[in-house]
Design a protein. Structure first.
Length: 366
């Protein structure tokens, strides 16, 4: 009886109100995961898709608290803010609005093209390199605006909001995109020495932490980012980096690459590799007395000429050693055919999102 009476008293609206105040949600999210791209075998034309350059640099979130400081978060949620201090004052350039932008931190060459070697050197220099190798943030999406998520919006709406959010600025730029004409953009980008295109469906939502079938990366030159599994020190010769890629849940051999050929980067590499020492050789490498095996933590972006039968990269050339990429994302993935092939009975019809383990703009006339 007493219990039932107590229950009725708690339900009585005339009873004294309990001091239960729900916490106020944060205006900006503390943690967000990036949407990843699925590799695509070739450029294509499709009016439902938006095409842009896939810029070389560090994929990152720019988190601006309207009128306040700016934070930078990398792929693996690592704070990059102190490494790129020239971007910390960019909140004022976003019309004093709280926002989270997806984009790429890049070093540009004299022609406005991303300089991946220069970016690798800037990673080694850290904040001290801001005067020598300044970076820009190339914004490609807006994920949060004025205290609310925009990830459920279609891409076209998000791009419209992004264009209105970012003004005329050197530090934060919104590169151009084209609708439907992927092949023309690929041809123009290849002529300018750019490495890849990004294709996104105009009606697609943003899928954080997923490899989305509505976000495709079309490589124009063969490059890959591998896990640095070891460093081989060779007498009177440049060091070699031993490379690995994940496949079927295991880290396997991807080959070797000579370098870096830059004392600044080499000294930085030795310093950041020291805490990672003690790893075990991936399958296929065997043991080596001159090799310092590393636990996953560093990656290397290399160009190459395809793969040998055993899966090792053919004639790889080192482009950048980096610590901004999550090694769990370095995996062998066969490119899918363009979506137009699916419309004619091809094999591209993914319905599931696959969770990942974890300027100058080139202008093409529309």
């Amino acid at each position: 009886m007493g219990g039932a009476g107590a229950s009725r008293r708690r339900a009585d609206p005339a009873a004294d109100a309990l001091p239960l105040t729900l916490p106020t949600p944060r205006a900006l999210p503390g943690q967000m995961r990036l949407e990843a791209a699925v590799p695509c075998s070739q450029p294509f034309d499709d009016l439902d898709w938006r095409f842009s350059v896939d810029w070389d640099g560090a994929r990152a979130l720019l988190i601006a608290a309207g009128g306040g400081a700016t934070r930078l978060r990398g792929e693996s949620a690592v704070d990059l803010t102190t490494r790129f201090p020239e971007l910390t004052g960019t909140a004022d350039e976003l019309a004093a609005r709280a926002a989270v932008l997806d984009g790429v931190i890049a070093v540009l060459d004299g022609d406005g093209r991303p300089d991946l070697h220069g970016f690798g050197r800037r990673l080694a220099l850290g904040g001290d390199g801001a005067g020598m190798l300044p970076v820009v943030f190339l914004a490609t999406d807006v994920l949060h605006l004025d205290g609310a998520s925009t990830m459920a919006w279609p891409l076209d709406r998000r791009l419209e909001a992004l264009t209105g959010l970012v003004g005329h600025s050197d530090a934060v730029q919104v590169p151009d995109h084209v609708s439907g004409r992927g092949r023309a953009l690929a041809e123009a980008a290849l002529e300018r020495g750019l490495s890849a295109l990004l294709a996104r469906r105009g009606d697609a939502a943003y899928h954080a932490g997923m490899a989305s079938p509505h976000r495709l990366r079309v490589a124009l030159t063969p490059t890959v980012t591998c896990v640095v599994v070891g460093i081989e020190h060779r007498r009177h010769r440049p060091m070699r980096l031993l490379l690995g890629l994940h496949e079927a849940g295991r880290l396997g051999m991807a080959g070797w690459v000579t370098g870096p050929h830059d004392m600044v980067i080499e000294r930085w590499l030795e310093r950041v590799a020291a805490p990672l020492a003690g790893g075990t050789p991936p399958a296929g490498f065997g043991a080596g007395d001159a090799v310092s095996w590393l636990r996953p933590g560093l990656t290397a972006t290399v160009s190459h000429h395809g793969s040998e039968r055993d899966g090792t990269l053919r004639r790889p050339v080192l482009l950048a050693v980096r610590d901004d990429v999550d090694p769990a994302w370095c995996m062998r993935r066969e490119p899918v055919p363009p979506p137009r092939d699916a419309k004619s009975g091809g094999g591209f019809a993914p319905t599931l999102l696959v969770p990942l383990p974890l300027d100058d703009a080139v202008t093409v006339r529309r």
